[in-house]
Design a binder for this molecule. Structure first.
Ligand code: APR
Length: 229
């Protein structure tokens, strides 16, 4: 199949690199409540708790390495440069595998000033009251899109999506909007849609095709097919 491919990835693609997903058994949201660690209100109420939560995830992500699924997508993008990868993930495993990606939910490796919106590379451990490198305000926070906040790069992402010939969702439960709405946008635009996930999801009925299996096996096999190898 020729043409432009837009790929959306979720936590499932990094699961086999040792980074927990959110909603599976033992997922991150079974151990932490979203209201305590992943909203602007939580950060205002208890910044130490929020910083500790992301410091722990940042340290884990820094130790993790890309798996065969990340590597296969980087190979696909190298062979077909108009392949656009959009990720909900905040780890850097796509880049570590050599791919260029759009982070719609931010990045653990970046810090953001809540006062002036300046961004810089985050230290491994962010402290409460950390000051902005540009304006000096003690308003540094993890550069992560929290619940209730607008994801990044939405206009660019939707432009790519509506310009695509194929939309593929990998390792995502399809429960969090606006990412969960991409398949519907693609369907309405007459774009082919494929889901690759460990198991069927609540969104599976919306896709033309669902491939089930661990990402580290299913994604390389799918890429091999796409590259006619
Ligand atoms: N291979 C493929 N898929 C997998 C694997 C694996 N090895 N392990 C788990 N999965 C699948 C699960 O079956 C599930 O459908 O990955 C999906 C992970 O879903 P979630 O935990 O809901 O993660 P995600 O869809 O990325 O969450 C979306 O929600 O919590 C917020 O901002 C956070 O970006 C995140 C967003």
């Amino acid at each position: 199949m020729d043409g432009k491919i837009v790929i959306l990835t979720g936590a499932g693609i990094s699961a086999e690199s040792g980074l927990g997903t959110f909603r599976d058994k033992d997922g991150i949201w079974t151990k932490h409540s979203i209201e305590d660690v992943a909203t602007p209100e939580a950060f205002a109420r208890d910044p130490a708790r929020v910083q500790a939560f992301y410091n722990a995830r940042r340290a884990q992500a820094a130790e993790a390495t890309p798996n065969a699924a990340h590597v296969a997508l980087a190979e696909l993008q190298a062979a077909r440069p108009d392949t656009v990868i959009v990720t909900q993930n905040v780890d850097g495993l796509h880049e570590a595998a050599g791919a260029k990606v759009i982070h719609m939910h931010g990045e653990l490796s970046r810090a953001l000033c809540a006062a002036c919106r300046h961004r810089w590379d985050a230290p491994l451990e962010m402290r409460v009251g950390e000051t902005c490198l540009l304006c000096g305000a003690p308003e540094a926070r993890p550069d992560i899109v929290w619940f209730g906040e607008m994801p990044y790069h939405m206009e660019e992402i939707l432009d790519h999506l509506l310009d695509a010939d194929l939309f593929v969702a990998i390792g995502t439960s399809g429960l969090v909007y606006p990412a969960a709405g991409f398949v519907e946008e693609a369907r309405i635009a007459g774009i082919d849609t494929v889901e690759i996930n460990l198991e069927a999801t609540e969104a599976s009925a919306l896709f033309d095709r669902t491939v089930t299996g661990p990402a580290s096996e299913a994604v390389p096999a799918w890429v091999k097919g796409m590259l006619g190898r």
